[in-house]
Design a protein. Structure first.
Length: 265
């Protein structure tokens, strides 16, 4: 039975764990290997790790660090950053990473989605769409290279295209809400959920567990991604790796009609 997934999304810069706000001003929050160990102890559903430097510097993936992360991680792990060809994706999967994430590379070369899906399986290919809302046009627009450059395509249209090309999952990242901790963009989430049939994860804006509950209530079985929520605590944003308990997760999942229907006594 499918259920919503609660997914910490960790950002790497120069090998360190950082957190950004609107994709800017990365703040050091710790060692990524230590964070993985803590999430292991908390029986986390899934983990996503993005190297935010790789696409900007055109660097290759940091294979040594990826291999260490894979060796430590006891949950499904998705890695993104610097993947530009089939060979890189294949090598990362051989480390034991369950999913590889494509962002700017999927925009620059959409057929890469198909090529990698045929090599490692669609279920292992996640397309990440960085999105900003344009208040003038009323549309959600796609951005690339850590939101530095706009792309002339609607976010929903690109998600549909990525699914057709073989993506097994779409991760939609709201640039405007990155680090804001004011709640998800539920309008964006609903538009995406209605447009595609593959698993969907929404990232950007979560500041409390009730935000996750609202997302699940709106979209049902979905991935609820969060960064700040799981690395900061309190109004002063003290660094503290945290994750909801099993009881708290069940309370969140009860808001999903599909989950409730399938878990009645």
């Amino acid at each position: 039975m499918l259920s919503p997934r609660i997914i910490p999304c960790l950002l790497l810069s120069n090998g360190a764990l950082v957190k950004t706000q609107e994709f800017k001003n990365p703040r050091y929050v710790g060692d990524p290997i230590n964070a993985v160990r803590i999430f292991n102890e908390k029986e986390t559903d899934e983990l996503t790790v993005f190297d935010i430097d790789a696409s900007i510097t055109n660097a290759d993936p940091n294979y040594r660090l990826i291999e260490k992360l894979a060796a430590e991680c006891r949950m499904p792990l998705c890695y993104g950053g610097g993947i530009k060809n089939i060979q890189q994706a294949r090598r990362i999967i051989t480390f034991g990473i369950e999913k590889v994430a494509l962002s700017s590379a999927a925009i620059d070369c959409p057929e890469l989605i198909t090529d990698i899906a045929q090599e490692v399986g669609s279920q292992s290919v996640v397309v990440v769409i960085d999105v900003k809302y344009n208040s003038i046009t009323g549309e959600y627009e796609v951005f690339r290279k850590n939101s530095q450059y706009a792309v002339s395509i609607r976010a929903v249209d690109f998600a549909i295209q990525a699914e057709k090309l073989g993506a097994g999952e779409i991760l939609v990242n709201s640039v405007d809400l990155d680090g804001a901790m004011t709640g998800y963009d539920l309008v964006l989430a609903k538009q995406m959920r209605d447009a595609i049939g593959v698993p969907l994860t929404i990232l950007g804006g979560a500041g409390r567990l009730d935000d996750i509950k609202s997302l699940i209530k709106e979209c049902g079985v979905i991935g609820a991604g969060a960064g700040s929520l799981f690395v900061f605590k309190g109004v002063f944003r003290a660094v503290l790796i945290n994750y909801p308990t099993l009881a708290q997760r069940y309370n969140l999942f009860e808001s999903s009609p599909l989950y409730s229907m399938n878990n009645r006594p």
